[in-house]
Design a binder for this molecule. Sequence first.
Ligand SMILES: *Cc1c(COP(=O)(O)O)cnc(C)c1O
Length: 235
Amino acid sequence: MSREAQLRTNLDRVHARIAAAARAAGRDPDEVTLVVVTKYFPASDVQALARLGVAEVGENRHQEAAAKREECDAAGATGLRWHFIGGLQSNKAAAVARWADVVESVDRPKLVTALDRGADQRGRPLDVLLQVSLDPPGRDQRAGADPDDLPALAARVAEAEHLRLRGLMAVAPLGEEPGDAFARLAGIRSSFLAEHPEADVLSAGMSGDLEAAVAAGATHVRVGTAVLGSRPAVQ
Ligand SMILES: *Cc1c(COP(=O)(O)O)cnc(C)c1O
C-alpha cells in the first residue's frame, strides 16, 4: 500500500471513531475538528494529508515545524492551519508566532508577553489556547497552568493587543482514567466560559483517549499515532 493510501485508511478510521464518539454523546460530529499531529514525520506526509482533506496539523518543536511549514508552503500546501502544541520557552515564543496559526500551550504570563510581541511583527492576530494542567498538584514537570491561575492568565491574553483568546487545551495525565480527568476539565471549562463565552475551543483527546475527550465536550482532538503510525523513538 502506498503511504498516501495508508494515511487515507487511517484517517477514515479516526473520522469514524470521532463520529461514533460524538453521536454517543448526543453531539454533531461536525462540532469536532481533527488536528493531525505530524511531529517527527516529514513534510511529504503533511502534503499527503493536505491532499486527503486534512486542514489542521499540530507540531511540538519550533525548528522542525518552521522548516516543515516552509517546505509545505513552497510545495503549494498553503491552506493548512498550523498548531503549536508543545512546551515553549519564552525566548522562542516570538519566533513561533511567526509561523504558527494557533499556539495551544500557553501556560504562564511570561509567554503571553513574548507571543504578543511576536504576533505584532507578523501583522495579524495570533490565536491562543490556555493549556490547563489536569495533574495532581505538586507533580514534577507539570505542563499547563494550575486551574486556579487560569482567570488571571486569561485576563492577560484578553488584554494583549495581538492575541486572540480562543479557549483551553489539556492532556490527560498518565495513571488516571482519561474520562475522570476530562470530566474535571469540563468543570474547569464551564467556569472559564462564564467569563470568556467567545473562547469556546476545547482541545483535548489524542489517539488513545479521543472518545473520552469528545464525551467531555472537546471541539478539537489532536491525533498523531492513529493517523501516521508510531513515531521514531529518538530524533
Ligand atoms: C504528540 C502529541 C499528541 C498526539 O499523540 P498521539 O498519542 O500520537 O495521538 C497530542 N497532543 C500533544 C500535546 C502531543 O504532544
